[in-house]
Design a binder for this molecule. Sequence first.
Ligand code: HMG
Ligand code: MG
Length: 301
Amino acid sequence: NLPQQVRLVEVGPRDGLQNEKQLVPADTKVELIRRLAAAGLKTIEATSFVSPKWVPQMGDNTEVLIRVLGGEAPAGLDYPVLTPNLKGFEAALAAGAKEVAVFGAASESFSQKNINCSIAESLERFRPVTEAARAAGARVRGYVSCVAGCPYEGPVAPEKVADVAETLLAMGCYEISLGDTIGTGNPVSISRMLEAVLRRVPAEKLAGHYHDTYGMAAANVYASLQMGVAVFDASVGGLGGCPYAAGASGNVATEDLVWLLHGLGLETGIDLDALVDVAAWISAELGREPASRVARAVLAK
Ligand code: HMG
Ligand code: MG
């Protein structure tokens, strides 16, 4: 008894591109978002309003979001953006954002490396963001990183994940996205983590955000589906990685996820062939072959 409806959150333009060394032109980013929407994605994380000193690739956040919301990508879809603090939130709001995401971690060392503060300090920083968002009528999603493992501390206790997830929910986040940042989770460790989280946060408030570093992301999606999670983040072409998690590779490729879901008889509203074309196009723009197995198989036909 798997969920019948699954929602996909495309994070390629943000998570997928944030780690690219060469600056990708804003034109390419906007075109990527437009093509993803044309392939049937309904939620596309567009950029992040983080410090350009920390992540130079996202330095064109205002331009990208204004162009996307200004009509270069279809209206009526969701284009969330990351906002680590009030400064980022205000800039996102000024560019027209209707949905933002705060991002915390279940590991202290990762929190320090990624956002330069402790877990407790980060939660205190997110509170005014959620309050300002509520006042502005914007939705807030909450990420928890390192739900299975941390690049600095190793395995992370499920209870730590549940603590942060529950706090973000209580703060008003409409959904909590559980990030296996370095992809070391497997169906057993992900299920144990979900068991702990589900005691405090209902399944309909959860999303899985699984990086595919060790090739386990699709298996982790399947394990999560069996536990009632019905929202998954994915990155076209399997692009990406986190700048503060060395060696981490991209999220589960959107086309791998769509292949899995369609194979299970679940509807996504996504045109797989069109999506593979987007994977091929953006990979070529970045000067490489698509990383995903499904893209390679479909393109070889
Ligand atoms: P900080 O240096 O501690 O910030 O960075 P600060 O408040 O001390 O300010 C220092 C300077 O940064 C000031 O400028 C601020 O104005 C500026 P100065 O006076 O020196 O000229 N500043 C900003 N500028 C633009 N936008 C802002 C902003 N905030 C401050 N929002 C901060 C703290 C959080 C800003 C920094 O650490 C940061 O930007 N970190 C983001 C790192 C990042 O983007 N990581 C990747 C995304 S998370 C991820 O990939 C994981 C996820 O996918 C889930 C998963 O896979 O697990 C979500
Ligand atoms: Mg991520």
